[in-house]
Ligand binder design. Structure first.
Ligand code: PLP
Length: 380
């Protein structure tokens, strides 16, 4: 019997206590007591024995809408993560033959959902200045088949953020052409001055939100969408959570959102300091550079084309030899995935020490022509 191919995630999960996790833009900087006490209390109360209120705890709905700066009577859908909301909305609003204007690189899971609905993405290549969509290019890509624009702001994986005037111009295009504007704002809280598209095109915009990254709750799986009530209702027809989403996730999300104003600045300060330290480390390694700096999100990419190394080899070298888990670019870009790795930095400064200490030796080992460290024969 042959061994299964090496699976970096399986390995990293099995070794999670020894691994520096910089591969999924997760946030490890929210003070743990913020959610732990309310979670312990909910467990003691055995709230997990009953179903939650079907459409989501009313306080959670209010907290999310207030956090987005939306009116209390806006439509909101609570789902098991932004991912599920994205799936529902593509199912509900797209049909075979429709086109969605999107980018490459991008968060490709959304593209997969778009394609599952029978629609196709029109990927504008943005791996060049300014490393994001521009209103002119979006306008030029609109055809009579276009049904939606995908605006991920800040953008995973590059970390680019959209200036307010571009958000406005893209929102106006959506309005003028009667297109749905899918504004994914998962990383909004890491940006210095984020702008919501709903401000400029409230009728057309669906805002997809998540507490995975800003509140450090990725493992609990909670997110959703918000927008004009009639549009949200259309999406909600495809909601599989008739019995509500995980009650403990809702408890944790409410605790985090209630207190967010007290700790989010410190998360931002640390992520900024972390990315500056990574920049210094990258500057010392020939053949590598940061296309986008500073990042408006909790991640950016490091271009390694000049070092002539494969991103997958660097991922494996860093994981197996140095215990640092980052992500190769092929998961995020059909055209440019061979040029970069993605690194997230919403981690402790000690985690960043590990990355900074490992990056140069890992690149040097591969540039010298060494074969990447072999995957363990049987793993985990
Ligand atoms: C742009 C973007 N949208 C949505 C998600 C999914 O978030 P959630 O954990 O809420 O499903 C991610 C996760 O990485 C993301 O990068």
């Amino acid at each position: 019997m042959t061994d299964p191919p090496f699976d970096a995630f399986r390995y990293a999960h099995a070794h999670r206590t020894e691994i520096v996790w910089m591969s999924q833009n997760t946030n490890h900087l929210v003070p743990p007591e913020v959610v732990q006490e309310p979670l312990f209390a909910a467990i003691r109360e055995r709230r997990y024995e009953g179903y939650p209120f079907g459409s989501g705890d009313p306080e959670l709905r209010d907290l999310v809408l207030a956090d987005l700066g939306f009116e209390r009577d806006a439509g909101i859908l609570i789902a098991a993560g932004g991912t599920e909301a994205l799936y529902m909305l593509t199912r509900a609003l797209l049909a075979p033959g429709d086109e969605v204007i999107a980018s490459d690189p991008s968060y490709l899971i959304i593209h997969k959902f778009i394609e599952l609905s029978g629609a196709r993405t029109r990927n504008l290549e943005i791996y060049q200045e300014p490393y994001r969509l521009t209103p002119d290019r979006v306008q030029a890509a609109i055809t009579d088949k276009t049904r939606m624009i995908l605006l991920i702001d800040p953008l995973n994986p590059l970390g680019s953020g959209y200036p307010a005037e571009d958000v406005r111009a893209i929102a106006e295009l959506a309005h003028d052409h009667h297109l749905i504007l899918l504004n994914d704002v998962t990383y909004r809280d890491f940006a210095p001055a984020p702008t919501l598209a709903a401000k400029f095109a409230p009728e057309e915009t669906l805002t997809v939100w998540s507490v995975s990254k800003n509140c450090g709750l990725a493992g609990l799986r909670l997110g959703g969408l918000a927008g004009r009530p009639e549009l949200v209702k259309k999406v909600a027809k495809f909601n599989t959570n008739d019995l509500g989403v995980n009650i403990l996730a809702q408890v944790a999300a409410m605790a985090a959102l209630r207190t967010k104003s007290r700790w989010i600045d410190s998360v931002r300060t640390t992520t900024r300091a972390n990315q500056a330290r990574i920049r210094e480390a990258v500057a010392d390694v020939p053949g590598t550079f940061l296309p986008v700096y500073p990042s408006h999100a909790s991640m950016f990419v490091i271009d390694v084309t000049g070092a002539k190394i494969a991103p997958e080899a660097l991922q494996q070298e860093l994981l197996l030899r140095h215990g640092v888990f980052i992500r190769a670019g092929n998961y995020l870009s059909p055209q440019f995935g061979q040029r970069f790795v993605r690194v997230s930095f919403s981690n402790s400064p000690e985690d960043i020490d590990c990355f900074v200490g490992a990056f140069a030796p890992a690149v040097a080992a591969l540039t010298a022509g060494a074969t990447p460290i072999a995957a363990p024969a049987a793993h985990p």
